[in-house]
Design a protein around this ligand. Sequence first.
Ligand code: GDL
Length: 469
Amino acid sequence: MATYTTDNFLAGVIEGFYGPPWTHAERFELFDWMARGGLNTYFYAPKDDLNQRAIWRELYSATEAEALGQLIRACQERNLRFVYALSPGLDIRYSNAAELERLQRRFAQILALGGQNFSLLFDDIPDRMDPADRQRWGSFASAQCQVVNALFRWTRERCPGARFLFCPTPYCGRMAEAQLGGEGYLATVGRELLPEIDVFWTGPEIISREITVAHAAELQTVLRRKPLIWDNLHANDYDGRRFFCGPYCGRPPELRNAVSGLLINPNTEFPLNFVAIRTLAEFVRCPGTWNSRQAYRAAMCEWLPYFATSGPPLELEDLILLGDCYYLPHEEGAEAVALFERVCALLARNPANWGNEAATVRRQIARLREFCFRLTELRHRPLFYALNRRVWELREELDLLDRYLAFKSSPGNQKAAYHPDSHLPGTYRGGMVARLQRLLVPQTDGTIAPAPVTLPGAAEPRRQTHITQ
Ligand code: GDL
């Protein structure tokens, strides 16, 4: 039986997000990180590589194949398992034998390059089938299982030890509940998919805050095998303003025995994934208890040298506070929470009673803002470029907050309205997306409700600018 301490337990990284795929140089760096941390699997499935989904029938050119061969060899040299994935689900005709041959031709190209492990992904595809396919296979699940089984047998004949991974159309609890893929989809997969094939699962949600042992066990009963976790905890392709550099958490160490592997699909910007990968590596081999905060601090300490600047060194505690502002999808880190709560408490008070607190808060804000600014000095330019737009936004907000606190701290202004000179309508929080975001507002109970109606134009008043010489 595979346990997390053996090589059979798949532990590593999925390149499976939307957006620009990683460069080869980034992938080589990833392999070094993984090998150093004892992770064993790299899963190649860049969603927006055309050959991955849109033109899955087309073979690679000689140059592209050569580049893939380099990746495969780089994995082999480091004892990493390279898994090659294809996503034919957008338009595959399941009952057409020529389609199977096309998939085989694609996999044959990878076999010729030394690849041995394969995967077919059916996530994020239309939930319907061609009428001929429906008539032949009866259900989405059966149609997919027969293609996957056939490809699995074909690869095993050529490569007896090959691992084969399958991503179902409903790949999380919420999708299964909504019966995506049709009634009884997962039960059909459990019955009809060959038992050697691993089945991906992202947890109760696409981005799961927690994945419990009970959740995995329930799934094991339906799938008749342990699920393989495709973990989107650190994925940020769905929100361009954020990234996640918090620790791997929300999964108990016991989960390792309830699944066939843990693979993370992290931030699109490769340089931002150091902590995600480092803490996953620690989690996979931790003895039995997991202190995610401790793991975070240790990983931040190792990440700090990547933040060498052209000026004086940056401090670990500042990096930790920045990381806490971009922690995990469902939570900020402790230092960011503390700062936020302090600001909230201050704003809730009458400025006349702020006393020294405003000055203290402003000092904290200034320190974080200064740290954000100093990132412009990073020697590791790809890291800075990955951070730049997001951290710029943080700086803007800190700047506005500081100006507001300064204004209100002045005795004459405590009842006056604040008209900033810097954060002006149009250039600040402007644009269609921002306007739409203000229209429908998430409520604390998880519902979404319309904002109080604002007439077009009323939200963005014009102010006269007087130029006096
Ligand atoms: C998904 C996609 C994944 C994407 C992630 C986060 C799976 C199986 N598929 O649903 O490619 O990066 O969400 O947006 O997770």
